[in-house]
Design a protein around this ligand. Sequence first.
Ligand code: SF4
Length: 427
Amino acid sequence: MAVGTTVAGVTAGTTGKDVQSYTSSEAPLGRPEVEMVIIQPTPFCNINCSYCYLPDRSNKHVLAQATVTKLFTELFASGWSNPEITVLWHAGEPLAVPIAFYREAFAAIERLRPKHGPGAIVVKHSFQTNGMLINAEWCEFFREWEVGIGVSIDGPRELHDAHRKTRSGGGTFDKTIAGIRCLREANWPFHTLSVLSRASLDMPEEMLAFFISEGIDHVCFNVEESEGDYVSDLFQGAELRQRYERFLRTFWHLARADGRVKFVREIDHALPRVFRPEGVRARNIQVEPLGMINVDSHGNVSSFSPELLGYKNADYGDFLLGNIHQQSLAEIYDNCLQSAFLRDIQAGTAACKAGCEYFSVCGGGAPVNKFFENGKFDSTTTSFCTLTQMVPTDLILEAFDKLEQNWTGQGPPIIAPPASELSSRTP
Ligand code: SF4
C-alpha cells in the first residue's frame, strides 16, 4: 500500500514536538493560521538532564503578566487564531513557577478570549513537566482549568535515572513517579513522554510492563537526539532505523494485544495522517510562518521549531522575529515573511515535496532537526524524520497489508502477538 493513501480521518491532540494536524482546506490561506502558542514561563529547570538542549536552564527569570496580556490581546485581535488553540507552557520546568502565576495568567487569557459568535476561540492549556513538583494543589488547579499534562519519564528507575538527574547528580525517578501517582490519585488524565536511549531501545517489553505497572495508559516516545549543544551518539548510527522500528513494532503490537496502554502517540497520531479523507491536508505547522508562535520569558517571539528560540547562528542571528512588547503581531509576521530562515525552510520543504514519498504524511519535517543534523534548513532527510515519520508510516502500512491479506485469505492474520506473551511479564 502506498504512503499517503487516504481512507478515513480522525482528529488527535497535540503536545510538544508533535505539531501536525488537519484542516479541511486544501492549501494555506495566505495568512497565518495560529494553532499553537508555546510559552516559556521561565527558562529555569529544577533538574539537569544529560541530554537537555536548553542553554539557559539555570536562569530563574519569570515571564511578566504584562507579556501574557499583550501577547493574547494581539493574537485575539489579529483574526489569525484557529477556532481552537493549544497554549503549551514549556521549555524550562513550568511547575517551578508558582500556581498563583498561572491562576492570574489563565484568568487574563480567559477575559481576553473571544467567546461568542463566529470568531469564538477555545483555548486549551497544557504543561510538559518533569512531574517532580506535582502535588494535590497542582492537581486541583489542573482540574479547575482542564489542563493537559505530559510528564517526562524515561521508563523504570535505572533507565530514567541514567539521564534525568538533579544538579548534584542524583536520580529523579522517585519524585517523578510520586508526581504521576498523585495525578492518578486525583484521577486527572495525563500522558508520559519517554526519551529512548541506546539501552531502552532494546527493552520494549520492559518499558510496556513498567507503564502497565504504574497505570500509565497514554505514552509518547522521543529518541535521544542531537539538538543545540547536545550531540547524541545514538543519532549517528546507520542501524538506528532498524532498532527503532523493532522497538516500536514490538511495543505497539504488545500494547494492542494487552489493551491496557491505549494510546501510543507515534502510531495513533500517524494513523489519521496516513488514512485521511480526500481533500484534507496534513498540516505541518513547524514549516508555516506563525503556524506556531514561540515566546520566551522576555517576550521575544520566534516561529517554526520551538527549540530555535534561544539559539544564535552566523547566518540567521538569533532566530527572533521581534518582541511582543515592541512590535505588533503584524510587524512580527512581516519580519517572518522577510526572514532568511523562512526562505530556507521553504526551500527545504519544497525539496521534501519533490523527493520524498512520505511528504503527504509528513509535510516537510522539523526545521530544527534539519538545521542541527544537516547543518541547513534547505535539506531533506534527517534521522528525526526517519524515526518520527517514516518508521511509524511503514509500520502502519505493514499492519494494514497484513489485515488486507487476512480479509482476502492470502496470508497470516496476526498483527499483534497473543496477550499471553505479555501477561507473564506484567501484573
Ligand atoms: S525527507 Fe523527511 S522531513 Fe522531508 S518529507 Fe520526507 S520524511 Fe518529511
